[in-house]
Structure formats: C-alpha cells, structure tokens
Design a protein around this ligand. Structure first.
Ligand code: SF4
Length: 208
C-alpha cells in the first residue's frame, strides 16, 4: 500500500493528458481497494471548465459498469441536476475514491465507507482530474467528498450550498450525497430531502 500524506489544498500540476491519467488509474495499487473491486471507476463527463461533482465512491452498479453515478443514487443526481437547470453536457461526475469498497451480506455487496488512508491515497487521482479540467466549480456530495475537497472543518448540513474559499476552483461548495436521500426512512422525508437537494443545486447554479 502506498504511504499516505495529509492533503495539500493547493492545485497540482497536470501530468500527461486526462486520457493518460484515466488509463493509468486502471492499474492503480495505491491502496488495497482495487483487489476486491471489478475495475477503477474514473470520472466522466465534460472536460474543460466543467462543473465538477464529487461523490464518495462507486457503488455496486458503477463497479460493474465502470461509469460513475449510473446506479440509483446517480439516477437521482442526474434528474435533480436537470430540475435545477444544469446543462448535463457541462458537468463532470467523479468520486473521491475510485474503487468500490464493499462488505458481503448474503449474495449482496453492501457499501462500506472508505477509511482515511484510502481517501488520502485516492486523492492523487482527484487532484489530477481537477488539474486537467480546471473546473469552474466543484460541488462535493456528502461528508467524505466534502472533507476530501475542503478539509475536516466543513459540515455538510451546516455548510450545504454555501461557497467555501478554496484555491481549487472559483466556486467550491457542497451538499448532501444523493444516496442519503434514498436512505430516508419514509416517502415523506425522502420527498422533503429531495426537494432540499434540488434547492441546494439551484442555489449553487445561480452562483456560477
Ligand atoms: S481506491 Fe483509489 S488509490 Fe485505492 S487502488 Fe483504487 S484508484 Fe488506487
């Protein structure tokens, strides 16, 4: 396993092209998560100056498909982006961690939260995505992404939709991860959480 270090908030220099970085990530062994995952799930979407959304890690569907945000949470995100007025051709979707971490439950593979060492190891790839894309905004989805992008002092529920000063992009902000909406205990709270999520996205879009 690669030795990890504290995150440096400054942008890094791009190495090679984004396609070369994506190809190199397929063979990444910087932490142990590659061993039980199907494949690296690198970011996808618009390339230059896109609005970049950063989630936590690929889920079961994404792990098999090799594409970010194509499972249930991704479907919710894509619908919410459209409702909030984002042009999907102007959006880049990625995750803080590029391999699916899971634990078996019967025949299912249940999501397991990546630990700090795994997040720090994988930040290398996120930094390269940011360096190549030079996003005009970065929106972290959920606590893992928020702390990866913005450090440990941010709080998702307190800071959602609020711009946070960062050298990484002209606008850096955060909101909840769409999977948290799917985990709401009943339909009423799920609808309320979804409305709030779309409201956050609208607020963020107006700041672009
Ligand atoms: S999770 Fe990230 S750092 Fe770990 S092996 Fe996969 S791509 Fe590499």
């Amino acid at each position: 396993m690669a030795k990890t270090k504290k995150p440096d908030p400054r942008p890094v220099e791009p190495a090679g092209s984004l396609d070369e970085v994506r190809a190199a990530a397929q063979d990444c062994r910087r932490c142990d998560l590659w061993a039980r995952a199907t494949q690296t799930v690198f970011g996808a979407g618009a390339a230059h100056h896109a609005v970049m959304f950063v989630g936590e890690q690929p889920g079961d569907v994404e792990d098999r498909a090799g594409e970010p945000f194509v499972g249930p949470a991704g479907t919710l995100l894509r619908e919410a982006l459209t409702e909030a007025g984002f042009d999907r051709s102007d959006v880049y979707l990625t995750n803080a961690v590029k391999h699916f971490k899971w634990t078996p439950r019967g025949k299912k593979r249940l999501h397991e939260k990546p630990n700090r060492g795994e997040v720090l190891a994988c930040r290398f790839w996120l930094e390269q995505e940011i360096a190549h894309i030079e996003p005009r905004a970065i929106v972290a989805l959920g606590a893992t992404a928020a702390q990866t992008v913005l450090g440990p002092s941010v709080r998702v529920l307190r800071d959602r939709g609020t711009p946070i000063a960062s050298p990484l992009a002209p606008l850096v902000t955060l909101t909840v991860h769409p999977s948290s909406i799917l985990r709401a205990p009943d339909a009423e709270s799920r609808h309320a959480a979804r409305r709030q999520f779309v409201a956050d996205l609208r607020k963020i879009r107006k700041q672009l």
